[in-house]
Design a protein around this ligand. Structure first.
Ligand SMILES: [Zn+2]
Length: 193
């Protein structure tokens, strides 16, 4: 089952540009460049496109990493996004694809000089902080972890119920009625358009 890498479809490249422009003003203003590849595992007998990407051992739809100085010196972009081709083909909805790309870009933060990260000042509608550059003059990046990460075992949840972290993590995201605790429409509006 050989792994293959393919150039990104134009739609993916366009969505990266759109997500950077609409949701990530810091990446946009600091001109952080993001290259992308589709990764797949092709069954050598049937030719079937299978899931390939894994993050920490679990299937992943996409992942992103900051490139290092050597890679950048060879002409690579500031960050590289890998998208699982199977996921991409199974999710033709452009809004879902945009959400995935937005997720990956949210992992990317621009380091500030002398410390911390560059951030978007929504009140003044401008970027705050001085971007830290590498020896090539490209912005140094660090990866932001997820706000939440849920992992668990169904058997443990069944055995221990509310005492299990599995159940507690899920309940944390729900209100008393068992609905999502977030008001998606009002609280999670895009930071910038
Ligand atoms: Zn992620």
């Amino acid at each position: 089952m050989p792994k293959t890498y393919e150039d990104p479809p134009k739609e993916l490249t366009d969505l990266i540009a759109e997500a950077r422009r609409r949701f990530h003003p810091v990446l946009e203003r600091c001109e952080v460049t993001i290259a992308a590849l589709l990764e797949a595992d092709i069954d050598k007998d049937t030719g079937e496109v299978m899931h390939s990407l894994k993050a920490n051992g679990y299937p992943a739809a996409a992942m992103v990493k900051a490139t290092n100085l050597k890679e950048r010196s060879l002409g690579l972009a500031d960050a590289l996004m890998l998208v699982d081709r199977r996921w991409w083909e199974d999710h033709p909805n452009v809004e879902e694809r945009l959400a995935l790309v937005d997720h990956e870009l949210t992992h990317l933060q621009v380091c500030a000089d002398p410390g911390g990260i560059v951030w978007w000042n929504a009140n003044e509608r401008e970027v705050a902080g001085k971007p830290k550059a590498d020896d090539r003059g490209r912005p140094k990046l660090k990866l932001q972890h997820h706000d939440f990460q849920i992992g668990g075992f169904i058997d443990v949840a069944r055995r221990h119920k509310q005492r299990a972290v599995e159940v507690q993590q899920v309940e944390m995201l729900q209100n008393d009625l068992g609905q999502w605790a977030w008001d998606f429409i009002h609280e999670l509006a895009p930071a910038a358009e």
